[in-house]
Design a binder for this molecule. Structure first.
Ligand SMILES: Cc1cc2nc3c(=O)[nH]c(=O)nc-3n(C[C@H](O)[C@H](O)[C@H](O)COP(=O)(O)OP(=O)(O)OC[C@H]3O[C@@H](n4cnc5c(N)ncnc54)[C@H](O)[C@@H]3O)c2cc1C
Length: 477
């Protein structure tokens, strides 16, 4: 890679939108994953034309470009493994249009999910993806990751909300993909291809998103279970019953203990809890769904069931789940919560078995793992709690990760439900998608022949990332 021409880049974005001192570069070298690498320069473009010019320059000089939103990605997707230009998209944060008649909005990629919803709320509608990181996650990052969230069980993932987008390609061309209509059947679905491409195929510079009416009634319930198996079986029973929950979330005992230690919430000391919600415009319809789900919980030995329509009470009941991620590091002194093997999806019928397996694998490999997540949409989250300063723990973690993904593949699950592939999950992803890697690489080569867009990620990431990439932690040898 050639040195970047700082003066030329200043000429494109202006002096105040470029950063190249070491402290700034360090901050832009990591995301919410375990990885770290220094970029050469950070640019904060404000227009599509600037991005086109940056891409033309980078393409001619073979300089990597890594688009970046809030850097809340958990697998190193936005880490500049080969250096190069970080394209910080957060300044492009305008809501361009809210079209109530045609039921879509047009936004710039740096708009934060919660900020969009604050504005949409005044029109009685919402963008329903709701990742747990919605307070910071940007629309561009959500699209590139195909994010989903607590309500995806009813409203789908990002791919179900995107109608179209504008994308700047590696050579600087601007493409208009998708449409503003509900259906579009023409040609290759290039907008779909961009969803989940983790910044490796193009820079999303505008998105057209569907929204839905805010339901008038929401009822949240919580049920306790004495065994993880019973909770897992309940998820499967709810989803195969024809019920239409707007949320089904699992928390195991590690999750419960961590939240109690960190937040002092006094959650019940049981093996698992399930949080479930139904929503709708008609109270009787919501009552019907909630009653159906409650009965399924009871049939599977769920007890101590609390239900509430009240917004404040719902916030109280949900607080433990909301505070879970930051609480996990408090579970055991000296242990950090690492986003390794952190999400996967399995068929509903394999939820109980997978949750149990996660604990067996953790015990066998000297790490602690929690099983939780948006299980209603098939998602199972884990986090590995370990001492990240010890080399032996990285070996333990690597073994645990590979056993977990072996299990996931053996039950016809998939490597990532919503947190992407990036670097950390690439080895498992490559094993799972072995028959389509060449097709993916051919697409990448056709759209980015010089391999400058977020290189060495997903299908092209190193297999042994612990040694091939720098970690954020200082590890004793
Ligand atoms: C506490 C916590 C909870 C989370 N909960 C969830 C959850 O419930 N559901 C979920 O899906 N995820 C979750 N995540 C992961 C993460 O927040 C989401 O994947 C989110 O969509 C990432 O958005 P971002 O703006 O932070 O993107 P970044 O992390 O900055 O980038 C992610 C990827 O998108 C690419 N990218 C960013 N902007 C663009 C653009 N404009 N054009 C092209 N590519 C781009 C980057 O290159 C990178 O590959 C969570 C993370 C945290 C820390």
């Amino acid at each position: 890679m050639k040195n970047v021409d700082i003066e030329r880049l200043k000429g494109i974005v202006g002096e105040k939108n470029i950063k190249y001192n070491e402290a700034d570069l360090y901050i832009y070298g990591s995301d919410a994953s375990v990885h770290q690498a220094m970029p050469s320069v950070v640019l904060k473009p404000t227009t599509i034309e600037q991005i086109q010019e940056i891409m033309r320059y980078a393409n001619s000089e073979l300089i990597p470009v890594i688009p970046r939103g809030a850097a809340s990605g958990m697998t190193g997707q936005a880490v500049p493994i080969e250096g190069g230009i970080i394209l910080d998209m957060k300044q492009m944060n305008e809501i361009l249009e809210i079209n109530l008649e045609d039921i879509y909005c047009r936004v710039q990629p740096g708009v934060v999910d919660d900020d969009l919803n604050k504005v949409l709320k005044s029109y009685g509608v919402f963008y329903p993806v709701a990742p747990a990181s919605s307070r910071i996650a940007t629309i561009g990052g959500e699209i590139a990751n195909n994010a989903s969230g607590v309500r995806s069980v009813k409203y789908g993932a990002v791919r179900d909300s995107v109608l179209g987008m504008k994308v700047v390609m590696a050579n600087g061309d601007l493409l208009n993909l998708g449409a503003k209509t509900r259906v579009e059947a023409s040609g290759y679905q290039l907008d779909r291809l961009m969803v989940g491409s983790e910044g490796t195929l193009g820079i999303v510079v505008e998105a057209t998103l569907k929204f839905v009416p805010i339901p008038k009634f929401r009822c949240l319930g919580v049920a306790k279970f004495n065994t993880l198996d019973e909770a897992g079986n309940t998820i499967s029973a709810i989803m195969s019953s024809g019920a239409q929950p707007s949320m089904v979330e699992l928390m195991d005992n590690v999750a419960i203990t961590a939240v109690n230690k960190a937040q002092n919430l006094g959650l019940p000391d049981v093996e698992a809890v399930l949080l479930f919600e139904a929503d709708g415009m008609v109270k009787e319809a919501v009552d019907y769904e909630i009653d159906k789900i409650k009965k399924i919980c009871e049939k599977n030995n769920g007890f101590g069931i609390e239900l509430s329509y009240d917004a404040k009470e719902r916030t109280r009941i949900f607080l433990g789940r909301k505070k879970l991620f930051p609480s996990l590091s408090k579970y055991k002194e000296g242990y950090a919560c690492t986003a390794l093997a952190d999400d996967m999806a399995v068929p509903y019928s394999k939820m109980a078995e997978t949750a149990r397996k996660i604990h067996e694998i953790a015990d066998r490999n000297n790490v602690i793992m929690s099983a939780y997540g948006h299980c209603g949409s098939g998602c199972m989250h884990t986090k590995i709690l370990m001492n990240p300063t010890k080399k032996s723990q990285w070996n333990d973690a690597r073994k645990a990760i590979s056993e977990i993904y072996e299990h996931v593949q053996s039950v016809n699950g998939t490597t990532s439900a919503e947190h992407g592939i990036g670097l950390s999950k690439a080895p498992a992803f490559k094993k799972e998608k072995f028959d389509s890697l060449n097709a993916m690489r051919a697409i990448k080569k056709a759209l980015d022949p010089n391999n400058i867009l977020n290189p060495l990620k997903m299908q092209d990431a190193p297999d042994d990332w612990v040694t091939a990439t720098k970690l954020r932690y200082t590890v004793e040898s």
